[in-house]
Design a protein around this ligand. Structure first.
Ligand code: ADP
Ligand code: MG
Length: 222
């Protein structure tokens, strides 16, 4: 389902400040499994997630997602691929503070050719799945960290992507909200999502839906 082969990401190649962020990374993540990508800060987790989601291109190597070789996709195709296949939840959520919850969650649907009613149905469904429907008219600037995260999750779910990528999902949450996130993982499992969670939080050891833990160190799988 997600296959990464001999992946390299070298920043500032052939310059004095050349830096190898990913070195010969290979991995395979089966369909409908939840996988942890563990490693300390700077080990390459975010870089790997951004390449899997086609936000960044690798220096070399291959990334196959849902049968599609995405490493060399032209930008326009890459954004279409991302919109349809990938739900990405950023560490700082990347929400638009000047919009309310409903409109934040709606943004990925703008590029799709849908009627107003179809959009509304999809947004309400995503808000329900992420347990944040009761705040749909609130501006995101008025929400707590845990609530903002659920809005970001609803936005990741709204296009019905089968792959969800989370970058340090509990880093900005208190203990109680982190535990709520763990129970959301069980919902993703029931929804048959393929999930990658980049983290260094040991709280995930309490989860029983984790299929595998992949450990990263200095840009390598260890
Ligand atoms: P993690 O998410 O595990 O903390 P990152 O993938 O963000 O790690 O970063 C891995 C390494 O790559 C870090 O040392 C970081 O400074 C470096 N890096 C990330 N992005 C860039 C960039 N655009 N230019 C140069 N170095 C980068
Ligand atoms: Mg990171």
């Amino acid at each position: 389902m997600i296959e990464v082969k001999n992946l390299y990401k070298i920043f500032n190649q052939n310059k004095k400040n050349e830096f190898t962020a990913l070195e010969n990374v290979s991995l395979f993540i089966p369909k409908e499994q939840i996988v942890l990508l563990k490693g300390v800060s700077g080990s390459g987790k975010s870089t790997l997630l951004s390449i899997i989601s086609s936000l960044q291109k690798p220096t070399s190597g291959d990334v196959i997602v849902d049968g599609e070789h995405i490493a060399k996709l032209p930008d326009l195709h890459a954004s279409k691929f991302r919109n349809e296949k990938i739900g990405y939840v950023f560490q700082d959520f990347n929400l638009i503070n000047s919009l309310n919850v409903f409109h934040n969650v709606m943004t990925p649907l703008i590029v799709q050719n849908l009627s107003k009613d179809e959009i509304k149905a999809k947004v309400i469904n995503a808000l329900s799945l992420a347990n944040i429907k009761h705040k749909k008219d609130e501006f995101v600037s008025n929400l707590s960290g845990g609530e903002k995260q659920r809005v970001a999750i609803a936005r990741a779910l709204v296009c019905d992507a089968n792959i969800l990528l989370f970058d340090e999902p509990t880093a900005n949450l208190d203990k109680q909200n982190s535990l709520k996130f763990l129970s959301l993982l069980e919902d993703f499992k029931k929804l048959k999502k393929t999930v990658i969670i980049a983290t260094h939080d040991s709280i995930f050891e309490q989860s029983n839906v984790i299929f595998e833990t992949i450990n990263m160190q200095d840009g390598k799988i260890v």
